[in-house]
Design a protein around this ligand. Structure first.
Ligand SMILES: Nc1nc2c(c(=O)[nH]1)N[C@H]1C(S)=C(S)[C@@H](COP(=O)(O)O)O[C@H]1N2
Ligand SMILES: [Mo]
Length: 261
């Protein structure tokens, strides 16, 4: 997000669009949408309008006016699933994004890397990649939405985070799981416990059918299809179960920490 692509839709003011869309939402959804931080990302996922390839603001508003509270409740409800797609819908090539260029992305040695587990957990033993690869994995094809104004469908395979939290004896009454990454200037992000326990929130080891490439976060990223892209940390080196709000790279710069997509 460092290289701000400022205009999402040529000639359209993002704030005004979100405002118009908010007005068009039915009552219950409107309240939830505002409470969640009223993001364009949420509207993008809701309408299926892909902000990266020429959609019109009118089209987005037209889609919203067709909604009722029932069909969109999933967006704000931690029990409801984000939409999944067929493999044929996968965006190729899938975009790389970080606050730096790809050649500056962390280069992690999978043989020496260990995932540190900290905080309110029974078992704080670090995990090697080999050990993590032994855990049961599932594949899901979902849409990733970046607040910078693009979205893309990708295929991610890994272990549901909730299964891992159970395995290490995490106190799931705690408020957050906080992730730290290997980026040279640091990157971190807190995830609320309800989202950490969401069935689609995943410790991801593969993109498509390949070992997660460096661009997308080798050796492990946290894939959260119900949140915006910046709440999907790549190059993860530690997770901490905590009641303290420790902030995050983009959260500290004013992005809403809830940031539902
Ligand atoms: N460690 C780390 N994780 C990160 C970022 C980053 O700069 N560093 N950028 C975030 C943002 S803003 C986006 S949109 C996605 C991009 O993921 P991708 O490169 O797989 O498309 O990663 C997120 N996770
Ligand atoms: Mo992003």
């Amino acid at each position: 997000m460092g290289r701000m692509r400022s205009l999402l839709i040529p000639g359209v003011d993002k704030k005004l669009l979100v405002k118009d869309a908010t007005k068009a939402l039915p009552e219950l959804s409107r309240r939830r949408f505002i409470a969640s931080g009223a993001s364009l990302g949420a509207l993008t996922l809701l309408t299926g309008c892909n902000v990266s390839d020429g959609f019109s603001a009118e089209e987005m508003l037209r889609q919203i006016s067709k909604f009722n509270d029932g069909v969109q409740a999933w967006m704000f409800n931690p029990d409801v699933l984000a939409p999944t797609f067929p493999e044929s819908a996968i965006t190729k090539p899938f975009p790389f994004n970080a606050y730096y260029e790809l050649d500056e992305a962390p280069e992690i040695d999978g043989k020496t890397w260990k995932l540190e587990v900290r905080g309110l957990v029974d078992n704080k033993k670090p995990w090697t990649l080999e050990q993590l690869y032994q855990l049961p994995q599932v594949k899901q094809v979902t849409r990733h939405i970046c607040v910078e104004g693009w979205s893309a469908i990708g295929s991610w395979t890994g272990t549901p985070l909730r299964d891992f939290l159970k395995l290490v004896g995490a106190d799931t009454r705690a408020r957050y799981v906080w992730f730290q990454c290997a980026d040279k200037d640091g990157y971190n992000s807190p995830l609320d416990m309800a989202t950490a326990l969401h069935p689609q929130t995943q410790m991801t080891f593969k993109f498509g059918d390949e070992i997660l490439p460096r661009a997308y976060g080798f050796p492990m990223k946290i894939r959260v299809p119900t949140k915006l892209g910046f709440k999907n940390p790549k190059y993860v080196i530690s997770m901490e179960v905590t009641n303290d709000y420790k902030g995050g790279y983009w959260e500290d710069q004013g992005y809403n920490s809830f940031s539902g997509s």
